[in-house]
Design a protein around this ligand. Structure first.
Ligand code: TYD
Ligand code: MG
Length: 456
């Protein structure tokens, strides 16, 4: 084995290298940005491919490149395929982030078990013992004989084993536990995480292996260790879920092979993660009768329409500075909508606290939620419930006008499918053909919307 190199430091801000660590970078003056790295020159390794043969690239025309559509592998979990952009791309590197205990290891073990029927796979764990993983597989009723496991934390050893076993899908759980011999810092440090990930990315590209990297999330909600991981990988997925709830959402944050903001929905059960292919019903809270302050929105997550309930509570404020709190949506947008309601609808809530919540822990960031937020707030303010059969969507402009939103037709169909019988939507979203079972109010101003909803 090569003799370990001397420690070497590099400024994360300006890239300056130094032989010893100091608190401040002598080049750019940034504080605390020196991290251990592999000493340059990297040249010797850089221009060789994985087998060690020299590899020199030349300039060519894009037209000369034989681009065949990448064959995607179905993972056996349709919700996971959805967030990956339609299946697993060979040679891609996928980072799955999420809080400890949310279900990352469970999801990947189930995925590998589903894939193991027709592909060779390898699960590398630096966190749990072989017994623990085997027990979990047993509890999940997975075919254990086809699952291959390696408990090891040294990247060099792992890659050596991987080259022997040649898995087509490799799971690394978790990236914070691995280390490479070339660095002296502890596993989990920025330098180790980055260098280990870089090795794995290089391995994935050269051997056309799909690699899943599991990453823990810090208390602040960022992927522990470096954001730089997000730049290195092809796809970044985040695992979300509320404490005490079975619901688990997997969201695409970045994808070189598909759309972002795609959402996969799972439930954590006693038998592992179960897919929920029709999540709309899940996000609607079951009310016996209609309550003031509740509105149903048809939003879109990635490529699919989703019905969610928006709840607002408008209450007399005890302080001179009333509160505007939005959970699951944008606070500034809420303030803006209340200003529009005052200016163009003549209804002021200056002495009221306004709280907003999206039921089920989903985040809605698209402007199509505007009208539903506005009507939910007004419904609570007036203490008049909206009809239980009503769905709402539409963007609200600063002039009090309603603006169209993308995929209006599809949203209406989703509402009709779930038994809603009325919709208030922007005029430009009015469908050409009527939607069976749905009475549609297609309007152009917020004042018309409040009238149509019966809370003007
Ligand atoms: P895990 O996949 O170990 O989480 P992560 O790898 O993200 O840290 O999930 C562990 C949690 O999931 C644990 O709290 C128990 C729960 N769980 C179930 O509820 N049912 C199951 O079948 C399994 C395997 C786990
Ligand atoms: Mg785990």
């Amino acid at each position: 084995m090569a003799k370990p190199e001397k420690p070497h430091y590099r400024c994360e801000a300006c890239g300056a290298q130094s032989a010893k660590w100091s608190g401040q970078c002598v080049e750019c003056g940034a504080w605390n940005r020196l991290v251990e790295s592999v000493a340059q020159p990297v040249r010797q390794t850089r221009y060789t491919n994985y087998a060690g043969a020299p590899q020199v690239s030349g300039i060519c025309s894009l037209a000369d490149i034989q681009a065949t559509a990448t064959q995607r592998l179905a993972t056996g979990l349709a919700e996971l395929d959805r967030v990956l952009g339609g299946g697993l791309v060979p040679g891609s590197v996928i980072l799955i982030g999420g809080n400890p205990g949310i279900g990352k290891s469970t999801l990947l073990l189930q995925t590998l078990a589903a894939l193991a029927g027709h592909l060779s796979t390898l699960y590398v764990s630096g966190e749990e013992s072989a017994q623990q993983i085997s027990l979990r597989a047993q509890r999940l009723n997975l075919a254990r004989e086809r699952l291959h496991l390696l408990t090891e934390t040294c990247i060099e050893h792992i890659l050596e084993q991987a080259q022997k076993h040649q898995p087509q899908v490799l799971v690394m759980d978790s990236i914070q536990t691995f280390f490479t011999d070339t660095l002296q810092s502890a596993p989990g440090s920025v330098a180790q995480v980055r260098e280990s990930a870089a090795r794995l990315v290089q391995y994935a590209k050269h051997t056309n292996t799909s690699v899943f990297l599991v990453g823990h999330v810090t208390k602040e909600g960022a992927l522990a260790g470096p954001r730089v991981l997000e730049h290195m990988v092809d796809t970044v997925l985040y695992f979300e879920g509320e404490a005490g709830s079975q619901l688990r959402l997997v969201r695409t944050i970045k994808n070189r092979f598909g759309a972002v903001n795609e959402l996969g929905v799972f439930a954590m059960t006693g038998q592992g993660l179960r897919e929920i292919s029709n999540p709309s019903a899940l996000f609607l809270s079951p009310h016996e009768e209609s309550v003031p302050g509740s509105a149903v929105l048809v939003t879109r997550e990635g490529t699919r329409p989703l019905l969610v309930e928006i709840q607002a509570l408008v209450d007399q404020s005890a302080s001179g500075n009333p509160r505007r709190i939005a959970l699951g949506s944008d606070q500034h947008r809420l303030s803006m909508l209340l200003a529009v309601l005052h200016k163009h609808g003549g209804i002021g809530m200056f002495d009221q606290d306004v709280f907003l919540n999206i039921v089920g822990g989903v985040r809605v960031s698209e402007p199509a939620a505007d009208l539903a937020v506005l009507l939910a707030a007004l419904s609570s303010y007036r203490d008049i419930p909206l009809s239980r059969n009503l769905v709402i969507f539409g963007e609200v402009g600063l002039a009090g006008e309603l603006r169209p939103v993308p995929n209006g037709q599809e949203r209406l169909y989703e509402a009709a499918r779930h038994g809603f019988s009325r919709a208030i939507i922007p005029k430009s979203n009015a469908p050409k053909k009527p939607v069976t079972g749905l009475r549609i109010d297609a309007i152009s101003r917020i004042t018309e919307a409040t009238e149509a909803a019966g809370i003007a």
